[in-house]
Design a protein around this ligand. Structure first.
Ligand code: FAD
Length: 735
């Protein structure tokens, strides 16, 4: 493989790929990184390091090669697109092995503790001023060191993962092997086959093999190449793993000819999700750990018991992968029996198909009766919070341990936010989001909304956010789901009435550069962010000589609102333009859906009710001279000016019944000019209600009720509102 100049990383938000992005960027490679599930603060770290973080999987430039995370299979549609273009696609491990083949490479391997040991080794080497490159599969808790770094002509320190089989590509100078327990049962059918992988790695190692003294690893190393072997002593009790990590680190230091034995390891900041203390008070401690194998669970629980012997041990466990849970169910149950109380979450699939044989229920039968009778399985976070209960009093201390490698990180952080807010669900939501959002995202409490709508009525939002990008939007949406908090979208607020009592949940508004982007595509189309104003799209298209966007002039909304409402004017509708829309769906996934596959009708798009429109590709009717387009726009604007009032309103209040306009029916029923407080039916366009100063939402709504009743009475027709009511259904108000 020739060293590439430009690479595309797919799945770059994972902790295998992100350090690789940093390492390659440091090596002078132009890196474009894509993930549909990026998280903060990782995304910001990559961006501030100078890496191009993409919002779409299509890079700005054609890459020399594509590197995919093991979580993205080769048959993935996006990956196959690159294969079809003859762009080489590598799995992360394979690429890294090839890229570093000529470098002095220290590989940290083993079934458990690779990330903690590699992190500690890198921290220690950094402390003594050793110059080296590294990749660590986790983030340092104090963020002082990045998770990946490149230093020219130096050693590369890296954990090498056996789970996806790419370990077979590596030929390290030094191998530091920590342990070998049967795991990754989809890849290895027995402990022997896993051991064989480590043995063959030893046979390829060129200068040193470091293993625990008198272990099976040292025996295998002797068989392969005894002259390279050096060892370190391990304490046998499982709770001694920190001491054992230090022993391994010091032994690696010796091989690198650096003395790491005198450092104060209590200053090691630790790696996130590795025994991280999330909250501590005199009576309650909350700890999170990535343990997902019985051996790791035993080590973690027995250590916590030693650290706080007076605290009851409350364990929240989420099994990781159906295959592992099925194969090791009895061992899991045995180790989890150390808990005083056990709380289970459903098995985290990690890309596996659902398999009942590996579901969390399969563990319960192996638990001792003491636990079996009281252990519940939770899929609702607030129920778990209720079960774990409020902070215990003086004489009843506890430590709550969140254990697993899946997504229980959300639950752990959610619960510690809950604890910090002293069980107050409302503030826990803000605490939880504090560290999950990038700095440029706005999150406020009790935000007035009237000034954000065109009609200018209504109360405040309990929470209000302007996410800086899709990942923060997703974090906000996920937090709502976790805490059971309702959410509502708001665009320009030009077809929206906010009730006077406001909205008790989170209001989301897509404002700022990221959401307003309009880019020109070769096929005479535009890709437009959902926060772009319709008149900006119209002007951009005109400037670029693209026909078909003229009707957007004068509709005062954003693209997001126009997609949800299928806004239209003068015979055209928004969906006449749409090729595809990218949505954030309620399950947290982002999907591009073709316009032809969407359920769209007069003033609605069903997918935008639950989903959030993020951006869309809009196709033109072809090219034309921009002066001709401008003329057409001016003609439409003139018509609009003559027919629509300019005062504060929410646009058309009612949908047009079939074959007749709502405005005509209202005018014909003599309702023009009728008033309720500051709210008045427009004399110019009877389907508009104007706020002539100081109107309330209640006044607007009672005028709507009056119009509806009068039309029913005079015309025998029921008018349905077009305008949306934030957080409420019109059924509550209209009989
Ligand atoms: P908002 O009013 O803020 O929201 C409308 C709905 O869309 C809400 O339910 C909201 O939750 C949802 N929403 C907002 N963003 C998103 C998103 N990203 N994803 C999913 N849902 C979202 N309409 C016409 O069709 N034709 C007209 O000619 C017209 N003329 C108007 C003239 C005036 C003076 C006014 C005040 C309004 C007019 N309208 C018209 C109504 C309005 O401008 C459109 O419906 C517009 O598309 C609404 O966009 P918005 O950004 O203001 O959405």
């Amino acid at each position: 493989m020739n060293n590439p100049k430009r690479v595309l990383l797919l799945g770059a938000g994972g902790m295998g790929m992100a350090p690789l992005a940093l390492y390659l960027h440091g090596a002078g490679v132009q890196v474009e990184a894509y993930d549909d599930r990026f998280r903060e603060p990782l995304r910001s770290h990559l961006q501030s390091a100078g890496i191009d973080v993409l919002s779409e999987s299509t890079p700005l430039n054609k890459p020399d090669c594509v590197i995919r995370s093991s979580a993205i299979p080769l048959n993935n549609k996006g990956v196959q697109g690159w294969v079809a273009q003859n762009i080489p696609v590598y799995q992360r491990g394979e690429f890294l092995a090839r890229f570093t083949v000529k470098k002095k490479f220290l590989a940290v391997v083993g079934s458990h503790g690779k990330t903690s040991t590699t992190g500690m080794l890198c921290w220690a080497l950094d402390q003594v001023g050793f110059q080296f490159s590294y990749l660590v599969g986790g983030m340092f808790t104090d963020n002082q060191l990045p998770s990946g770094r490149y230093v020219k002509e130096s050693w590369v320190i890296c954990e090498v993962d056996e789970s996806d089989g790419t370990i077979d590509y590596f030929t390290p100078s030094v191998t530091l092997a920590l342990n070998c327990d049967w795991d990754h049962v989809d890849q290895y059918d027995s402990k022997d086959s896993m051991g064989e992988t480590f043995r063959t790695l030893f046979s390829r190692t060129t200068s040193s093999i470091i293993t625990p003294t008198n272990s099976e690893l040292s025996e295998w190393a002797k068989l392969e190449n005894e002259s390279l072997l050096s060892t370190f002593d391990l304490k046998s009790e499982p709770s001694a793993f920190l001491e054992n990590n230090i022993a391994a680190v010091v032994a690696a230091g010796k091989v690198l000819e650096v003395d790491l034995s005198t450092l104060d390891y209590s200053k090691f900041p630790g790696i996130e999700r590795r025994q991280s203390i999330l909250h501590q008070s005199p009576t309650r401690t909350i700890v999170e750990d990535y343990a997902h194998h019985p051996t790791e669970i035993n080590a973690f629980l027995s250590r916590r018991r030693l650290v706080l012997p007076q605290h009851s041990l409350q364990v929240v466990f989420q099994p990781h992968r159906f295959s592992r849970t099925q194969a090791l169910a009895q061992n899991f149950a045995e180790e989890l029996s150390q808990a005083d109380d056990l709380h289970l979450l459903p098995t985290y699939a990690a890309f596996e198909e659902f398999d009942p044989a590996g579901s969390v229920e399969s563990l319960v039968g192996y638990l001792p009766p003491r636990l079996r009778e009281h252990t519940n399985i939770f899929s609702d976070f607030t129920q778990l919070c209720d079960e774990l209960g409020p902070t215990p009093l003086e004489n009843k201390k506890d430590q709550i341990l969140f254990v697993g490698a899946g997504d229980l990180e959300k639950w752990a952080h959610g619960f510690s936010a809950w604890e910090k807010a002293k069980g107050n669900k409302l503030d826990a939501f803000s605490y939880y989001l504090e560290k999950k959002l990038s700095k440029s995202t706005i999150l406020r409490s009790y935000e007035p909304l009237a000034n954000k709508t065109t009609i200018g009525v209504g109360g405040s939002a309990r929470w209000y956010a302007e996410p800086a990008h899709s990942e923060d939007l997703r974090s906000l949406v996920e937090a709502c789901k976790l805490f059971n908090i309702p959410r509502a979208m708001m665009g320009r607020g030009s077809n929206l009435i906010v009730p006077d009592d406001g909205f008790g949940g989170l209001v989301l508004r897509l404002r700022g550069k990221f959401w307003k982007e309009i880019t020109f595509r070769a096929e005479e189309s535009l890709v437009v962010g959902a926060g772009a104003r319709l008149n900006e799209i119209c002007s951009f298209a005109c400037l670029n000589g693209l026909k078909g966007f003229e009707f957007l002039e004068g509709i005062p909304g954003t693209l997001g609102g126009a997609l949800r409402m299928n806004a239209g004017a003068m015979g055209w509708e928004t969906f006449d333009l749409v090729e595809w829309v990218s949505f954030l769906l309620p399950d947290g996934s982002i999907r591009e859906i073709l316009g032809t596959d969407l359920n769209v009708g007069y003033r609605y798009c069903r997918e935008a009710f639950d989903g959030i429109a993020l951006r869309a590709k809009l196709k033109s009717e072809g090219k034309s001279d921009h002066r001709a387009i401008r003329k057409a726009i001016e003609k439409l604007a003139k018509r609009r000016r003559s027919s629509q009032p300019r005062e504060a309103s929410a646009g058309c209040i009612f949908r047009n019944p079939e074959d007749v306009s709502a405005g005509f029916l209202i005018e014909d029923s003599g309702l023009k000019g009728e008033r309720e407080g500051g709210a008045v039916i427009s004399n110019q366009h009877a389907n508009f209600i104007l706020n002539q100063g100081g109107a309330t939402a209640d006044e607007v709504i009672s005028l709507i009720q009056r119009v509806r009743a009068r039309i029913k009475e005079s015309k025998g027709l029921i008018l349905e509102p077009e305008v949306t009511l934030m957080g409420k259904s019109w059924n509550e108000y209209l009989s």
